[in-house]
Ligand binder design. Sequence first.
Ligand SMILES: NC(=O)c1ccc[n+]([C@@H]2O[C@H](COP(=O)([O-])OP(=O)(O)OC[C@H]3O[C@@H](n4cnc5c(N)ncnc54)[C@H](O)[C@@H]3O)[C@@H](O)[C@H]2O)c1
Ligand SMILES: [Zn+2]
Length: 339
Amino acid sequence: MILNCDTPLGPHRIIAEPGCLRRAGELLNLRRRVLIVTDDGVPADYARTVAASCREARIVTVPQGERSKCFETLQELLRQMLDFSLTRQDCVVAVGGGVVCDLAGFAASVYMRGIDCCTVPTTVLAQADAAVGGKTAIDFAGVKNLVGAFHFPPVVLIDTDLLRTLPRRHISAGLAEAVKIGLTCDGELFSLFETDDPLAHLSEIVAQSVRLKRDVVSRDASDQGERRVLNFGHTIGHAIEAARPDLLHGECVALGMLPMCAPAVRRRLEAVLHRLGLPTCLSLPAEALAQTIAHDKKAENDAVRAVLVPEAGTYEIRMLTVGDLLRRLETIQGGAEKP
Ligand SMILES: NC(=O)c1ccc[n+]([C@@H]2O[C@H](COP(=O)([O-])OP(=O)(O)OC[C@H]3O[C@@H](n4cnc5c(N)ncnc54)[C@H](O)[C@@H]3O)[C@@H](O)[C@H]2O)c1
Ligand SMILES: [Zn+2]
């Protein structure tokens, strides 16, 4: 599958084909200096495969985990870019999950006012969600993605064969984002999670999530309106993530979606999350979460903008009062936590 998504901010081509990493030399423009960024949890072979196709490459490996999305690692990358004499005609290739794509993309967006950064996402979350749409960022002062830029990769190479080495917990967490886009924009994609084994349909699910996100992004590249639907589950999800660093982003999004669904949809979503081994309840006081959310950047005059799902495949955006939010949060309170 090849999708072109020409945005006002530049061309954005997404190639999703199992095995396409082996064709990196033909699909990416690597006839220049290429700084490959990866992390120490990503199998090293993936970055080496890209390097083998380049005329002149250097691989930089950062420590795995969210903590690498920081100024120190950004500086280290910029230093490596300078040391390797990258010019505006050269490029960065990110080989890794959302952390590597966000970090390398942001470094490329500021180096010499912006050089190309192609991405080879290697997690379900990065393939189905993060790699599409040009958002890059690092975290600062305890706030996720506070410092960032829109910087569209000219080419995104999605090779679902690379997911074979990804631990099961990360596969499920990434699928939460696919459930998100299905539940809000495509009832059929959501039904697939109810009727089939998602692991047997990973490539299809990734491809369909990418198509749906591409459609939303191409209508609202700079996040002024429609793109807000992609925040479904994230207002509450981000607050949970801040309080519970032991949970993965996708696990927090899973929890964050439940209170935003109409009761009948919520029951269906709960069943899907159970099947994926994702959490459906949490032992955190609702008041503390509501407080965090009210202080969040999305709060306007004591009301919080939220994406709600009245029916699978549809959504509406409404302002919720903190009281309403509290009542909704009670639906995920108590019970035994899983996993
Ligand atoms: N830019 C966006 O639009 C966007 C959207 C959603 C999320 N994000 C960001 O993405 C980040 C989370 O991304 P993530 O879930 O991919 O986490 P991640 O990048 O931390 O990867 C998860 C773990 O899997 C390892 N890994 C990666 N690929 C592997 C593979 N193929 N085999 C084995 N191990 C592998 C990594 O080393 C890491 O330890 C967050 O920082 C989030 O803010 C960005
Ligand atoms: Zn997300």
